[in-house]
Write a protein that binds this ligand. Structure first.
Ligand code: T3D
Length: 262
């Protein structure tokens, strides 16, 4: 059987491809576990300095595989609280806590938890033909995989509510205009551009980039005083890194820095 998530490492980038194209990369248990294992690998392996997440085929991900939730098969209603705890939430937390950049290349439709996993990534590029759908309202669920959190923080209540209550598709260019993603690019340019971005991030000062991610995420819940203290602590750590010494030396020597990620 082919793998539900493909992994490849090149130039410090772990490329992770959701790979159930015939089901629009909707999540079954196997794909959940495989995605989680890939992000764990990025946590554990120092040679990986950035992650690129994308989908195989014409979609990014259609969220939960609803074939696995078919009520016609009988039995008690599924405990979706438990499935979130067991599957979606650990992956969301792993993406957010990974102190390395995660680039997401949304190659086609991203629906339900598929959209919200994309929004959890650090820099999101989407093909112009891609769309984001908070599909939950169509089947009687609430947005999950962090959707109520990320949509509300990024867009504010009016747009978050309209997207979530209507399940209306949001095209990539509008998502970029609204600040929900970094940018929408021509379909053909998506993968090359996302790969180049991930590669340049992987060649960057990984420790400093990781601390930067941590700080920006902390800002949402910190007071200014708390944030200033955290910036001080992170800068202290960054200032002791070999990459900082290299960055300053390279600047003074008018050459490109060669960061080692330490
Ligand atoms: O359960 C829990 O653990 C709780 C967590 C829930 C998280 C969630 O994500 S809930 C939301 C689940 N997702 C959806 O409700 C979206 C369902 N899909 C769609 O609405 C549409 O497929 C799309 C708008 C995403 C794309 O439409 P379109 O017209 O481009 O493609 P299509 O023809 O609908 O889909 C292509 C194939 O993929 C098709 O299979 P077939 O008929 O060719 O054999 C379709 O059934 C399959 N597919 C698409 N989405 C899913 C799916 N199969 C299973 N589950 C899916 N989510």
């Amino acid at each position: 059987a082919s793998s539900t998530v493909l992994q490849a490492v090149s130039d410090g980038v772990l490329s992770v491809t959701l790979n159930r194209p015939e089901k629009l990369n909707s999540f079954n248990e196997d794909m959940h576990l495989a995605l989680r294992a890939a992000i764990r690998r990025a946590h554990d392996d120092d040679a990986i300095r950035a992650v690129l997440l994308t989908g195989a085929g014409r979609g990014f991900s259609a969220g939960q595989d609803l074939g696995d939730r078919d009520p016609r098969k009988g039995g008690p209603a599924p405990d979706l609280g438990r499935t979130l705890d067991s599957f979606y939430n650990p992956t969301l937390r792993l993406i957010r806590s990974l102190e390395k950049p995660v680039v997401c290349a949304v190659n086609g439709v991203a629906a339900g938890a598929g959209a919200n996993i994309a929004f959890a990534c650090d820099i999101v590029l989407a093909a112009k033909s891609a769309k984001f759908i908070q599909a939950f309202a169509k089947i009687g669920l609430v947005p999950d995989a962090g959707g109520t959190w990320s949509l509300t923080r990024i867009l504010g209540e009016p747009r978050a509510k309209a997207l979530a209550l209507t399940a209306e598709p949001l095209m990539a260019e509008k998502a970029a205009d609204w600040g929900l993603i970094w940018k929408a690019v021509d379909d053909d340019a998506l993968l090359p551009e996302a790969q180049a971005l991930a590669q340049s991030l992987a060649a960057g000062p990984t420790l400093g980039l990781g601390l930067t991610k941590r700080l920006i995420q902390a800002a949402a819940t910190n007071t200014l005083d708390e944030q200033l203290d955290e910036e001080r602590d992170c800068q202290q750590q960054a200032g002791r890194s070999a990459d900082y010494a290299e960055g300053v030396t390279a600047f003074l020597e008018k050459r490109k820095p060669e960061f080692k990620g330490k």
